[in-house]
Every structure is written in C-alpha cells, then in structure tokens.
Design a protein. Structure first.
Length: 575
C-alpha cells in the first residue's frame, strides 16, 4: 500500500479540510428572509451536498468559495425558503394542465386549447375534462355580481383537429356534455336516430346536432366506454409537465393526495433523477390498516418522499353548496349541506361514531390525521372527534390537520387553539369564493370564513397551500403569490373590494411566508429538516423578483421566481 511521506501529511490534511469546506453553490449579494427566528436575515448562503452549510454575510460565505464552486450574484434579489404547498391533488392537476377550458370565454381560446393537447398526444387517446362555464355566472376576479357572456364550446370548430382523438368533455356542473364525432362513433351513439331517451341532443336552428348533450344518461354511456385511466406513459408525460409548473412557482415540497400509481411515478422519476419536488404523500383514511400492517407510521420515508399521514372527509364543499352547516344555506332554506363517506350509512343517514372509530384506530397505529371540513358544523364536530382521541388514546403530539377549516363558528375558535390544531388552509379560496359566499351563507356567517387572523390569535397554527388544481367550480393555481396576496389583502386578483373582504382577518406578509414554509414543514413533522434557511437543513429555496416585505401588497401578484433550488440543485432559472 502506498503511503504519504510524513512531511506531506500536514499539507494533505490542510488541503483536505479546505476542500471539505468548499461549497458547491453560493448565492451572495442577496436579501435573504430565512424564516429562522434566531437569524431572520442574511446576505448570502452556501450549499454543499444538498444542505445549507453556512448562512451569513457576503464576506463570510464567499470564504467558502473554491475552484469548483458555482457562485451567483443575486444583485440584491429577495430569497425565501422553498415554498411548501400543504394541499395538492397532483394527478388531477397534471390532467388539468394537459387540457381544461374552465376559464375559456371565446371559441378561439377553445380551439387553441384543443390544438395544443392534440399536438402532444398519440393518435387514439381520449381528450377528457373541460369544465367549461365555471366563470360564467361569477366572472373570474370579481367579488360577486359581475357576470360574463355564457360560453359553450362549438364542437364543429374542432372536428377536423380531433378526427383521430375521441373527445368527451363536460360543463363544470355536469349539466351538459360535449362529444366529437370520433367519441360518438366509439360509443355507437347516433344523434340522427337516437335510441337513448335519457340523452337530450341539442341542435342548431337548422336541426343539426351541435355536439352538446344533456342528461346523466350521456355520462353513464360514455363512462362505460372511456378507458378507466390514462396509459402509464401518458401519466408520466403529464407528471413531467406538472413538475415544470411547480418549479417555476418556487414550490419545493407538496402534500399530495393522489392514487397509488402517482406515488409509483414519483418513485420511478426519482430513480431516473427527474424528481424535482419533494412529496408528502397521503393515503385515504379507510386504508389505515393497510399502512399499519406495512409498518408505515408518521415520518416513514426520507427527505424526498414521506408517508405516514391519512386524509379523510366529513362534509362536502362550498362550490356545490354541500358543506355542512348548523343552519340552512341563506340561498336554500332546505339545505344544510351533507356528510361524506364514513359519516353516513348506506341510506345516507348520519351514523354517530363510525368515522371517529377509524380515527381512533389509525391514531393508535401512529398515523397522522388530516380531515377535510368546510362548514361550521363539520369543523365543530371534528373538534369533538379530536377531543375523543385525547380522551381514549391520550394526549400526544398529533399535529392534527383541520383541512380547509373554511367556515368556523364563533364558539369554535377558542377550542381550535386549545386543541393545538393545524389549520390546513388555502388562502386563495377566499379571493375566488367571495364571488358567491355571502349569497350562499349570509354576511354574518362569512365573518368566520377564511378567518386567518382569528385562527392565528386563537393559538391555532396556520399552514398554507393551494388545493391545486381546484374544484369543478373553481381553478386554484399552485402559485404561492396568489395565496400570500389573498392572505394579506383579502381581495380578488382584480383588487376587489377596495378595503378587503372582512379586512380585520388580514395577516402580515411575514406570517404568510411562514405559513407557506416552516409552518407547513411543521405540519408534515419535517420542521427539523425543511421549511427555513438554516445550517443543516435541505437546501431548498426560491429567489423572487420582488422583496415581499417591502413592496405594496398589490405588487405581490406581479412577483415572479428567478431561481428555484431543490437539494442544492437549480431546477428552474427564469430566462
């Protein structure tokens, strides 16, 4: 074995130590908001081996520069930890990005969307989704009352484009469906000689079928013939496209609730070195036993893919007036909303204790509970269930996540804080939903809607995300700037109302950034390794075009991402 001469050993050690200190990547001349209370601001940061190794002044950090260090002068740009989105439906978002016409208002836009999707698909693939008309009654960006000209797609304009692609799309409320000739042929449906009395075929003034149908019979018929899922290759393609959208928004971690195949795609792309966002993955509550048998519990996995949490539902959503309230909807005195899934029996009647039994068993197996609750009664009942967990299983660090926490009754705020609940909210909901909230539940109940300041003041922990891609009635982009803007202004994207909607519920920009970073890492049981720019944590950050702490709130919407870094690798750079 070759040995170094003794007189060279000190020099070898010095060089070795020097190389160990050399950073892989340095950002300097920056304005860094670390979200670390002990060291909130810095001018530069050094990264090595995918972790932050130094956070401090320019001179301190540049001392770690070596021959192989990538050094980037940010010229005073604003840096924050990578955004952690607390709530995405990734598989749905990936499909939605591929094709949707939710906000489309002209036939030209419609044709362009179809042309784009056709250019990316192999022949024979179905074009699905659509959701047209969602913003007809309440225009995008309005605070309510403003309507636009109703839009219905003209299928004749895309017949030539889609000759080799069966196309079946729907209106946002499933009141109408549209199909091209290839789709009609695939299901053997002839509008000239219709044989299905459940389907109404809409015709123009000359009696020609327009491609538009009404009636649930259309949905049932096409569902029998449409492939149950996209091919694996198509889903991988959709995933890659969704990763592009995530990267350019500065998001470095998502909490996802997709299917098993999506989880396998994450693993597949990680093996290929293409996973550019970290994933906190949630199965549905009724699968708790399956996870427990595999030994999966809170914290299972690594820095890239983490398991151990479960998602449940107890009521519906505001968009379809199915969220559960103590009192009937102002817009419908016969309706208080409905309970979901494990909350009811086969006849749809409320069953006391059925849902909480699942929660108790999953909690005993050391799995984290995250439960969807929208209406005030649903949120209050869920707090009852959490108290039952404490009573039967004992108090512990559950980090129970009240998913959406959309409308809280006045009596429930204090209890929310005492129970240490994490409010897993999506602030852009308020910017979009205020179009119709007061019409649905009245002014008084809206005082408890998206009440971020009350939640924070009660002692509850705010965690922010997007609910990407949204519901059948509204689009919720993954862009954190929309959420931060909504939380600090309580306005629509067009600036309505001028003073904000219930402005007493506004929070500071600092608190909004923390809710989108460290608080959500905490909600994931990952605050020791993610969520702030601190030595030893994974090197995830976003560089922004504006200093969010200094600009006017309206300028938040104009803020873009210059760089997104995940694990010390630049995964996005703005051209």
């Amino acid at each position: 074995m070759n040995r170094l001469p003794l007189y060279l050993i000190p020099l070898y050690l010095i060089l070795g130590c020097s190389q160990q200190k050399q950073a892989d990547l340095i950002f300097h001349n920056a304005n860094i908001w670390t979200v670390d209370e002990a060291n909130p601001t810095a001018g530069a940061v050094a990264i090595k081996g995918g972790k932050f190794v130094a956070v401090g002044s320019n001179d301190e950090i540049l001392n770690l520069r070596g021959d192989n260090t990538q050094v980037i002068d940010l010229n005073g740009e604003f840096v924050v930890p990578g955004f952690t989105d607390n709530h995405v439906h990734f598989a749905s978002a990936a499909r939605f990005l591929e094709f949707n016409i939710m906000a489309v208002s002209t036939q030209d836009e419609f044709v362009n969307r179809v042309r784009n999707v056709v250019s990316s698909l192999p022949e024979g693939e179905w074009i699905l989704g659509g959701y047209w008309g969602a913003y007809d009654e309440w225009a995008l960006g309005s605070a309510g009352g403003e309507k636009r000209e109703p839009f219905t797609p003209d299928m004749s304009l895309v017949e030539e484009l889609t000759g080799n692609y069966p196309m079946f799309i729907r209106k946002f409320d499933n009141s109408e469906f549209a199909a091209n000739s290839a789709a009609m042929e695939a299901v053997a449906l002839d509008p000239v000689n219709p044989r299905n009395p459940e389907i109404e075929f809409l015709r123009d003034l000359k009696g020609r079928f327009t491609g538009i149908m009404r009636g649930r019979g259309a949905w049932r018929l096409f569902s029998e013939h449409i492939p149950k899922g996209f091919s694996h290759e198509r889903r991988v393609q959709q995933t890659r496209r969704a990763f592009e959208e995530i990267r350019k928004r500065g998001v470095t971690n998502v909490s996802d609730m997709s299917d098993d195949e999506q989880l396998e795609i994450y693993r597949e792309l990680r093996e290929a070195g293409e996973l550019t966002v970290r994933v906190h993955f949630r199965y549905f509550l009724d699968r708790w036993n399956e996870l427990a048998e595999q030994g999966i519990k809170i914290g299972h996995g690594d820095e890239w893919i983490r398991l151990g949490s479960l998602k449940g539902h107890i009521d519906g959503i505001m968009g379809t007036s199915s969220a559960r309230f103590f009192e009937p909807y102002s817009s419908d005195p016969t309706n208080r909303g409905r309970w979901r899934q494990l909350m009811v029996d086969e006849e749809g009647n409320f069953v006391e204790g059925k849902f909480v039994k699942y929660m108790l068993d999953a909690d005993k197996a050391d799995l984290q509970m995250t439960v969807h609750a929208i209406g005030d009664e649903a949120n209050d009942l869920l707090m009852d269930y959490l108290e039952e967990l404490n009573a039967q299983n004992g108090e512990k660090d559950r980090r129970f996540r009240l998913v959406h926490a959309q409308v809280i009754a006045p009596k429930s705020f204090e209890r929310l804080g005492k129970l240490g609940i994490i409010a897993e909210v999506q602030p852009f909901h308020l910017s979009d939903d205020m179009r119709w909230m007061e019409e649905r539940i009245g002014h008084e109940r809206c005082k408890g809607a998206y009440a971020f300041k009350k939640i924070q003041d009660s002692g509850g922990i705010l965690s922010f995300g997007s609910d990407w891609p949204g519901t059948s009635a509204a689009e919720y982009p993954i862009n954190p700037m929309l959420g931060i803007y909504a939380a600090v202004t309580r306005k629509t994207v067009s600036g309505e109302p001028a003073d904000g909607w219930f402005p007493e519920e506004r929070i500071s920009v600092e608190d909004a950034i923390k809710a989108y970073t460290l608080n959500t890492a905490y909600a994931n049981f990952e605050e020791e390794i993610k969520g702030s720019i601190e030595v030893g944590k994974v090197a995830d950050l976003a560089v922004l075009t504006n200093n969010l702490l200094e600009i006017e709130p309206e300028e938040i919407l104009d803020t873009e991402v210059l760089y997104t870094v995940v694990g010390g690798t630049i995964v996005y750079e703005k051209e």
